[in-house]
Design a binder for this molecule. Structure first.
Ligand code: 5AD
Ligand code: SF4
Length: 443
């Protein structure tokens, strides 16, 4: 009987893709992935450390596994991901959760099969953490979440050191994959039925491939791949978004007219304290250029509320920026102190109550704008890549437009993985409703 495994993933798309790779490696090893952790012989927890509640959820999950491990010592618990790159987390696991079998980090996920073999052979805990990323390991298998779309790493790590952020410490310095490796991977994915790729990196705009290949060059190269329909990327840092990339939106037909461009704050004073290296005015200028190049482009962002020292005036600047940009959607976060980051030392932390109150005001504004923008879609025909059954009900399917809007519509199983034309009938705050028109376009 083959062993079964289950992966719990916290955090961003980078982690999600790491989990796909781990699933790929274990499947190649003859293990079988199951949907419920309670049915698995091996449980893997891929952690995130971006905010404190991600830490809490991880320790909560470990707490749940304790009893299972006690009842069945053969059950293996493996933990990995960003939290494992922090010494204080390793110390806590060793002290309070000594029954965890395998601990590894973000730089050596390729070692998972070997670490599992070792723990089975030696019957003792395996801890293998690399302080920084070595050579990029190419050619790892991946078990995708969707057949029609794929996540593709183009670079790892971050050199920006925004003062609130833990990522430069958990994911190490920037390293880019060679463009020919990326093109090869995407060609293989297309051969396997993939229509849409999401290029991943903490800061894709500072991609530096072989020689002088930059991120825009890479987009042009990928745009040439026959059979590929859509190219997306995340995340871009506003300070590095080049005119060359903006031009690519007008010249590369596969590049989706959508961008996630985290602003973090609308106050230039706070942006400086965050070490973001742009002002409110520069960010707005960038948005102007993007809209000029592609007027129908959808734009989303990340905003942190309650960064140390944020005054009511600073917060008003954020509201003003949101009104000016009119984002299609935005992820909003309460500032969370991260151990080891420069902002941990800032003494002017904002009281929780004020943070929450500002957060609610911001979310109200964002939701109002999202609903208004989505209402503008009613009557339009959008091309939707169908992902699968929708969460909302029977015979309802869901997919994404070129601009990354989620659309729900009545459909059939044969549409999954296809691009279909959908007329939008209703715009809600977080999604659109629509009706398929004509035959599913088989491309
Ligand atoms: N507190 C709150 N939000 C944070 N982010 C990153 N670090 C923190 C923090 N310490 C947010 C940023 C980033 C997103 C992925 O998470 O907005 O863009
Ligand atoms: Fe964190 Fe800033 Fe790097 Fe993004 S750019 S991962 S927010 S340090």
């Amino acid at each position: 009987m083959s062993k079964t495994f289950h992966i719990t993933t916290f955090g961003c798309q980078m982690n999600e893709h790491d989990s796909e790779i781990m699933a790929g490696m274990l499947t190649e090893k003859g293990f079988r992935q199951v949907g419920e952790r309670s049915e698995a012989d091996v449980a893997i927890i891929n952690t995130c450390s971006i905010r404190e509640n991600a830490d809490k959820r991880f320790f909560g999950t470990l707490g749940q596994l304790k009893r299972r491990k006690k009842d069945n010592p053969e059950f293996l618990v493996c933990v990995c991901g960003c939290m494992m790159q922090q010494q204080h987390v390793i110390d806590t696991i060793k002290a309070k959760y000594p029954w965890v079998d395998v601990i590894f980090g973000t730089h050596n996920i390729h070692q998972l099969p070997e670490l599992i073999d070792n723990v089975l052979a030696e019957k003792k805990r395996q801890i293998e953490i690399w302080p920084d990323g070595g050579e990029i390991v190419e050619g790892l298998p991946s078990k995708r979440l969707f057949d029609c779309k794929a996540l593709v790493n183009i670079m790892f790590g971050c050199n920006n050191f925004c003062t609130y952020c833990i990522v430069p410490y958990t994911r190490g310095r920037e390293r880019s994959r060679r463009p020919e490796e990326i093109v090869k991977e995407v060609r293989n994915l297309v051969g396997d039925g993939v229509k849409e790729i999401m290029l991943l990196g903490q800061n894709v705009n500072s991609y530096k491939g072989d020689g002088d290949t930059d991120f825009a060059d890479l987009i042009y190269m990928l745009n040439e791949i026959d059979g590929l329909e859509r190219i997306r990327f995340m995340t871009s840092h506003p300070k590095d978004l080049s005119d060359k990339l903006i031009k690519a939106y007008t010249e590369c037909d596969k590049l989706c007219r959508n961008i996630h461009l985290p602003v973090q704050s609308g106050s230039s004073r706070i942006l400086k304290r965050m070490n973001r290296k742009y002002t409110k005015e520069q960010y707005l200028e960038l948005i102007g250029k993007l809209r000029k190049a592609a007027g129908d482009m959808t734009i989303s962002t990340d905003i942190i509320v309650g960064f140390p020292g944020e005054t009511e005036e600073d917060f008003e600047e954020t509201l003003d920026l949101v009104r000016k940009v009119r984002y299609d959607s935005a992820f909003t976060f309460l500032y969370s102190v991260r151990k080891g980051t420069p902002a941990e030392k800032f003494t002017d932390q904002i009281p929780e109550e004020i943070k929450h109150q500002r957060f609610n005001r911001l979310v109200d504004l964002i939701n109002t704008i999202s609903a208004e923008k989505n209402a503008e879609y009613v009557g339009r025909v959008e091309e939707v890549l169908v992902e699968g059954p929708s969460k909302t009900g029977s015979r309802t399917f869901a997919g994404r437009t070129d601009g990354f809007k989620l659309v729900n519509f009545k459909g059939s199983e044969d549409m999954v993985g296809q691009l279909v034309k959908v007329e939008i009938t209703e715009g809600k705050t977080f999604s659109l409703e629509g009706r398929v028109i004509g035959e599913a376009e088989q491309r």
